[in-house]
Design a protein around this ligand. Structure first.
Ligand code: SF4
Length: 55
């Protein structure tokens, strides 16, 4: 995984993620998986980046 690669289509500020671009507020992955932990999501806080990996 190249952490210097920034996918400008995926803006992300989660610097604690191992997939975060080290030089800017972007994800380094080509694509991500987004899901939810709620039965009936209603606001953005109900959604999760399922591609998150702890550093
Ligand atoms: S995997 Fe998800 S949380 Fe991690 S940097 Fe990419 S978009 Fe952000």
């Amino acid at each position: 995984m190249d952490k210097n690669h920034c996918n400008t289509a995926i803006h992300c500020t989660v610097e604690q993620c191992a997939n975060h671009c080290c030089s800017a507020e972007y994800c380094s992955l080509d694509s991500i998986h987004v899901g939810t932990h709620e039965a009936s999501p209603s606001v953005d806080q109900c959604t999760d980046c399922m591609s998150f990996k702890r550093k």
